[in-house]
Design a binder for this molecule. Sequence first.
Ligand SMILES: Nc1ncnc2c1ncn2[C@@H]1O[C@H](COP(=O)(O)OS(=O)(=O)O)[C@@H](OP(=O)(O)O)[C@H]1O
Ligand SMILES: Nc1ncnc2c1ncn2[C@@H]1O[C@H](COP(=O)(O)OP(=O)(O)O)[C@@H](O)[C@H]1O
Length: 198
Amino acid sequence: MGEATNIYPIYEKMMTRSDKEQLLGQRGVMVWFTGLSGSGKSTVALGVERELHKRGILCRILDGDNIRSGINKNLGFSADDRKENIRRIAEIGKLFVDTGVVTLSAFISPTNESRRMASGIIGADDFKEVYVSTPLEVCEQRDVKGLYARARRGEIKDFTGVSAPFEVPEHPALTLDTSVLTLEESVNKVLELILNNK
Ligand SMILES: Nc1ncnc2c1ncn2[C@@H]1O[C@H](COP(=O)(O)OS(=O)(=O)O)[C@@H](OP(=O)(O)O)[C@H]1O
Ligand SMILES: Nc1ncnc2c1ncn2[C@@H]1O[C@H](COP(=O)(O)OP(=O)(O)O)[C@@H](O)[C@H]1O
């Protein structure tokens, strides 16, 4: 176990990213949503996916439903586990981007350090950070899953925005406050970001 010493790269035999992008007629990119629970990351990502699909653009959403319940089901919400969660998501995302797929990631990713790591794994040119800046009070009022109420009662520890930190992104490509923008407006802004990424 440990070091993979007997593995030899086969990359020179593989079709390239550019071959795949030509096949699909599109460019791979990672749209990295970040924001509090309930801010609207998944809802906006779903809207974007639907619109891309209509335009014949292949898209993949990575979110808690397919990552935290699968490959990352051994991870919780300590600072170390969140970091590992993001690292694996970025590595998986990179595979999709390298296949020419428009990839949408919808995780809180609460720290600048973890988002920097994700950008480093994927490559800064292919990494578009979208900060869903919906205020905590609005997210808490929505309380889609009833988790804020439980966190306030002390039933969930280290809950982002309540008892664990969220660091505001320093230079996002886009900021969306879903308490001000309609869903359609947010979706259109993300679409514009993707479609202008030539
Ligand atoms: N302690 C704590 N803090 C924050 N969130 C919690 C916690 N426990 C469970 N949940 C639920 O898990 C979802 C966040 O998971 P993420 O993988 O996006 O978080 S992170 O990026 O690793 O910080 C988040 O879902 P979303 O609402 O989709 O963001 C919560 O429903
Ligand atoms: N303008 C809006 N844009 C996006 N979501 C909105 C908007 N207005 C209300 N919502 C609601 O806010 C909630 C956001 O939840 P979700 O997308 O799961 O957030 P996250 O993935 O960030 O945890 C959904 O119930 C959604 O219907």
